[in-house]
Design a protein around this ligand. Sequence first.
Ligand SMILES: Cc1ncc(COP(=O)(O)O)c(C=O)c1O
Length: 453
Amino acid sequence: MTMTDKKRALEEAKKVVAWIEKDELTDAEKKQIHDESIENFNENVNPGWLEYRKSVSTDAAFIEWTDSVDHFEDLNGTQFIDCLGGFGIYTCGHRNPEILKTVQAQLNRYALHSQELIDPLRGYLAKITALATPGDLQYCFFTNGGAEAVEMALKLARLATGGRWYISTVGAFHGKSMGAISVGGKGAYREDYLPMIQQVQHVEYGNADAAEAAVKNLVAVGEKVAGIIVEPIQGEGGVIIPPAGYLKRLREICDQYKIALIFDEIQTGMGRTGTLWRCEAEDVCPDIMTYGKAFGGGIMPITGIIARPWTWVDKLVDNPWILGSPTFGGNPLACAAAISTMRFMLENDIPGLCKKRGEAFMARLADLQKKYPTVLTAFRGAGLLICMEFPEAEVGYAVTKELFSRRVMTAGTLVNAKTVRIEPPAVLSDESREAVITALDEALAAVKAEFKL
Ligand SMILES: Cc1ncc(COP(=O)(O)O)c(C=O)c1O
């Protein structure tokens, strides 16, 4: 980097700081931000982003600038009703005022931690999480992203059991770090990075016999299994709800073979599926559970794991850093957000609201399916984790694009492009829901005509 570059970097930074701190932008500034943002993404982020946006939007160039309750707003004040929910992070709404107030108060005290003194918020959040999770789940380890939490869960399972092998499922999504893609259900995310964790067997999702056979066969040939990892409902796989009793059977298998049962509740947890944790609906307690997304109230990124005492082995107590030591994991701002989120969620029965509003949404989808059976071939969901299914991925993309042009934001799922998710904030008003249904009605009619379905 030359001295000239540093001077330009300073100028750029000063310019942007002034815009962030400004209440109102002029039209000229808005245009400048718009044009420069596109250039910056192409030059310094990834030109693929704008290409991708073109595939789902009629105008790739909306610049996100503010948000509130159940919508995003672009630089020019165009509002989008949020039916994507940031892949599930906005359960408590956008910039929930109560959570924001707590985070702002903490920001005025101290933002990040010394790394050395006892940070009280981390302890309180761990206690609250232990109280709010099933069974004897007790010890928390906080991380920054979902994949990072999954890494901790995988490592802890090995540490606790001495086993090496993991059983995962077809269609699973656990993030994109090396461990997470190793147990992920889509080879395309692995191919370029091989080799990775070798000791993984994928079995059919929802089929407990297949999981049992995999464990049994590994044990029979002298291998040691660390655990079974599953999402209680597969989110990115296309909102796949396993048969009732599946999770219970996995619990029994893990008990029988003394291996760890890991539930990845990063997407299904924090009320999204109609109960605080999805495993509660099935009355099953895992040995290790991950959480994330909505845990920080849509304001701060915070994820983590909680584990039962038997997994918290002496080795980990003797050396608390052996599992991980993320600089920002469980930082005070993030913990303040998560504590406030838990308060908001429990005080206002947000899981119950997700259930109620999810049922209302699905009733309206049933009407639309009757009207457009050749386009909307199926829909399913639990709480506000809902997906619509289309005959092929192109049709799903077209519906997403039509919805976007009507200012409703949705997206496909990562593993299964034929499905489009509806994952709005729980605070989405009835009025907004009806606006979404009207837009969807029009979108389905347009796509039916376009594809001659
Ligand atoms: C079940 C599940 N696990 C893990 C992850 C990864 O989370 P992150 O994107 O924060 O790494 C996701 C993200 O969608 C998820 O749905």
